[in-house]
Design a protein around this ligand. Sequence first.
Ligand SMILES: Cc1cc2nc3c(=O)[nH]c(=O)nc-3n(C[C@H](O)[C@H](O)[C@H](O)COP(=O)(O)OP(=O)(O)OC[C@H]3O[C@@H](n4cnc5c(N)ncnc54)[C@H](O)[C@@H]3O)c2cc1C
Length: 426
Amino acid sequence: MINHLIIGNSAAAIGGVEGIRRSDRENPITLIAEEPYPCYSRPLISYYLEGKVAENEMGYRGADFYAANRVEARLGVRAQRIDPDRQEVILETGEVLPYDRLLIATGSRPVTPPIKGIEKKGVFFFNKLDYARALRQYVSPGSRCAVIGGGLTGLKAAEALVHLGARVLVTDISSCLLSSILDPAGAEIVKRHLAGSGIGFQLGVPVVELAGDSRVEGLIFADGGSKAVDAVIVATGVRPNLEVVSDTGVDVGQGIIVDNQLQTNLPGIFAAGDVSEGWDIVLQQRRVIANLPNAYRQGETAGRNMAGEKVVYPGGVALNSVSFFGLAIATAGISNSEDAGVEAVRYLKEAEKIYRRLNFREGRLVGYICIGEISRVGILTALIKSRTPLADKRQGLLKGDFGLVDLPEEVRLSWRWERGELTWRF
Ligand SMILES: Cc1cc2nc3c(=O)[nH]c(=O)nc-3n(C[C@H](O)[C@H](O)[C@H](O)COP(=O)(O)OP(=O)(O)OC[C@H]3O[C@@H](n4cnc5c(N)ncnc54)[C@H](O)[C@@H]3O)c2cc1C
């Protein structure tokens, strides 16, 4: 008998279960999860906050997932540490669980920025259902809410709060929104759109303190300015949950280092998702790629290998696809770099809030920003992943409605029109 053990219960963990069960229907799988809920789709928490989806509509898989896959799900308990020599996982309760194959899929958690008073009542993070629930209780129409961090998570929280009737201010240390993925031209379009939807901004000045006694009452900025608020949402980035592997001999960089089969340096131990540092196809180096499709595919590959297959994951690409108040934004790979080696071609229609920027390096597409017109981004992503030479195709691909004629001849044969969409057959 082989004991499969999985720590985590989100995209990477579920991928792990489904990967194992592709070829191994027999051996037991135990899953340990700190959150007390069946697996849910994390990106939906902002829609839950604004009341667009109910809690019972957030499932990442159906209610019978664990039973159908013969998984013993231990929900609401934290794995404290692993002991690789004894092949055991020790839970916070002191219980010890043996394993033969272990998948670490512990994801990431929010960074706590060095802001005085951040522990006050009325301050929330925004990475899990519990925070969305608590915010829903705390905020009412007319509440003054500040979101610290103008990245994807912060802006999704801001949008939901506006829909709840709150008055929302977004602050960021950077003068650009979404500064890790957009360039100034793209950020300006998004800012204008969000401002038109009712969000206020204070950008380029850090918040240094949260005022109030036990409950937050205001923001204090580094330039001495201040703003009265009733609630604060902190969304200043995430970092991998690495505690279970500390002092275990598992190699760690920014995340748990894995090879192309999602194995760590220790036999029988795999890692996947936001906690892992795998291969980035574009950068051609290892890094943490924190997005849901990558987490699932890494988890599934890990699961298949845990079950004895020999499957290689070619690597992931940094991808984002999101919309704010109806404005669609998609980015991939090297999206906002101004490096000399990156040649950017751009197409901007400011009034229509349309911006497309494609980045090429050595004749290959290495990233893009598409705002307001995101058709065909799936094909652009496939072109990035396949590292297809595109020397004379730059301008053609820039159009939102490019067709087969805009693709290099040698790859046209691998593409098909299906139901009005271009589809790539590998
Ligand atoms: C608001 C929001 C919106 C997002 N939107 C998008 C989007 O539109 N598209 C996209 O691709 N990605 C999006 N993401 C990111 C995406 O959700 C993550 O990349 C993905 O969930 C990562 O999956 P994971 O399984 O690696 O880890 P996680 O989803 O972080 O799950 C890890 C799980 O492990 C549990 N855990 C951690 N430590 C332990 C322990 N010691 N013992 C037991 N359990 C433990 C955690 O409680 C958690 O349940 C969004 C994230 C947020 C917060």
